[in-house]
Design a protein around this ligand. Sequence first.
Ligand SMILES: [Zn+2]
Length: 422
Amino acid sequence: MRPIKIAAAAGTGASVPVECCQVCGSTQLDDVLSLGYMPPVNQMVPIGQVPRQQPWFPTNLLHCRDCDLVQLGLAVDPVIIFPPEYPYTSGTTKLLRDNFAELQRESAAMLGLGDKDLVVDIGSNDGTLLSNFQNGGYRVLGIEPTDVGDIANGKGIPTLKRYFGVEVAREVKRQYGPASVVTAANCFAHIEDVHAIVDAIVEMLKKDGVFVSESHYLIPLLDTLQYDTVYHEHLRYYSLTSLKHLLEMHDLEVFHTRPIPSHGGSIRVYAARHGAHTVQDSVRKMLSAEPRGDAMTKRLATFRRDVILSKLRLLSMLRELKEKGARIAGISAPSRASTLVNYVGLDEGLIDYVCEIAGSLKIGKCMPGTQIPVVDETKLFSDQPDCAIIFSWHIADELAPKLKAKGFRGRLITPLPVPKFL
Ligand SMILES: [Zn+2]
């Protein structure tokens, strides 16, 4: 059954609470965890601007007892969370670039694509994913509502600057023909009316066309306490169980899946119309390893307790450092840093500044909800603060050696899953 009441905040300029499961419509929703009130993660005001009134929204997770979907308890108008100047470009992270190159190789080999095949990417950002398919010789089309789409068009990757929906899907089909592959990398959790989006995807697909989605995966999120990936852009946190349930409501069959490293643990899921592709054993294997029902309820209760403890542990570590007079900086300002900073209660009194690599659109602004300035990374090496917290802690292995090689002599801290010095 589809939800009777979709939490549709689009066009309200505000937010709408989730009152029934956004996939199966059940009202049996249990509270998992509340992170308090949070500013939108991209609400970054220029350094030095006089503080003004800003919106904050409740941020809590719900678990559906009927389909096991974990979802955010509130939908915020996309105009607020995806402003046109949305300062995020996927091309800047090596891990993501490598993953998208690998996605192209895997799917092209598995599906036997040819040069006539059309690949459509929803939420195509700066075209990083599609550039791999374009280099592979396929026809490509991106759909990206924010100004980042201009970067893709500038690189020669055709991109429609529109919000995706069934109308856009029909238009694409008329103009370009049906798609052999539709990809949605990490935007599939972002869209309010997920049923309308899957309808629109099915509308664009060829008879044996394949929908490839990449989403944050709930299981590693729980295992490594990634509560910092909870923010208003992410409306849903899928397990394979809950994602498969959603796709089956649209007669799509999951035929292959595998874990990928993006964003600290994601899943790539291949789906197509029933019977169009042979179902691989990867699906059964992953499903059987996931907790469901009461086991999931118990798992989520443990997660909640561990998240609260991790906050206290990080604060206690920082208190000790501050009592010794240490100066502390932050490394990188991904969206997830906003959740961590606001949930733990870090501010400009604790963190002097946060560094981003040159070229980042976040430099010159403040961390959301605080007056912690975001500055060019070179400051870290000239200033040499005593410690630096790596907010992109899920790629600390990639970042730490680089920071040391560039000359940072202070101590590096990863805040999660257990706060520690590297
Ligand atoms: Zn449900």
